[in-house]
Design a protein around this ligand. Sequence first.
Ligand code: MN
Length: 272
Amino acid sequence: MLKLTRFRFYLNIEVYMASRPRIGITTRIELETGRFYLGRHYSEAIWAAGGVPVMLPLIAERDYIDAAVSTLDGLLLPGSDTDPDPARYGEEPAIGLKKVIFEKDETDRLAILAADELGLPILGICFGMQILNVVRGGSLVQDIPSQVTNALKHEQGMPLERLSHRVDIEEDSHLAEIASSEPGEKRVNSHHHQSVKDVGTGLRVSARAADGVVEAVEGIDRARFQVGVQWHPELCWTFDGFSRRLFQRFVEECASGMSLSGEKPKVMSQLS
Ligand code: MN
C-alpha cells in the first residue's frame, strides 16, 4: 500500500512536470572567475509563466548544444553584459563597442540553429534579440550614443525596472496581439547601447522607440513564435501586464509544441 502511494506520488510529479514546457536559457560567463551565471529574473519569469527553466552552460560545441536543446520545448536568449562580435556581421569594431566573448556568441548561435531544427519557439531579450538578428544575417548599430543622431536615452540606469520610454508597436504582429491584452500606450525599460540595424532574413521589425531605434523584431512566418525585444520584461512582469503577457504567450507557444510532438500524451496515456 505504501509502495503504491509512493508510486502514485512520483507519477503525479512526473505528469505535473510533463505538463510544463522545458525552456532552455543560455547563461553568461565571468572570465575572471571561470563561472557560468545568470540573473535570477529570467528563470523566475519562466517558472511563473508556467514553464520549467533549464539553464544552459556556454559550452560552444555543436554536439553538446544539439543534445541539450533536443530535450527542450523552447529557447530563451537572455541579455548579456557583452556585445556580439561585429565581425559576425562584417564590420570592424567601432568606438563604443563593449566586451566581446566568443563562447557567448557561439553558444547562442548554436542554440538558435538547434532550435531551428526542431522548430522550437524563441524569445530573445536584449543581447538575445541582437544575436538572433545577427545569426539571421542582420547587423547592429554598434553604439547608439555615437552612431544615432538625436537618440533617446537607452541606458536608463537605476531603477532597472522603471518603464522609461514608449514603444510604437507595428500592426498585424505577435507583439501587437500580446500588447492588445492591456489598453493604452506601451512603455518599457531600457538598458542597451546597441540596436538592430539591418533586419535579418525571415525577421521583421515589430516595435520602435520614438527615435526610430528598433525595439522588437519577430519572425515573418507567424506559425512559429520567434520574438525578440530590446527591453527587459523579466524585470517588470510582477507589476506590468504587457511584460507578463509576453512570457505567458511564449510559454503557451512552447506548450503547444509539446502536444504536437507527442511527448505530453505519451506520459498522460500511462495513467489510463
Ligand atoms: Mn530602448
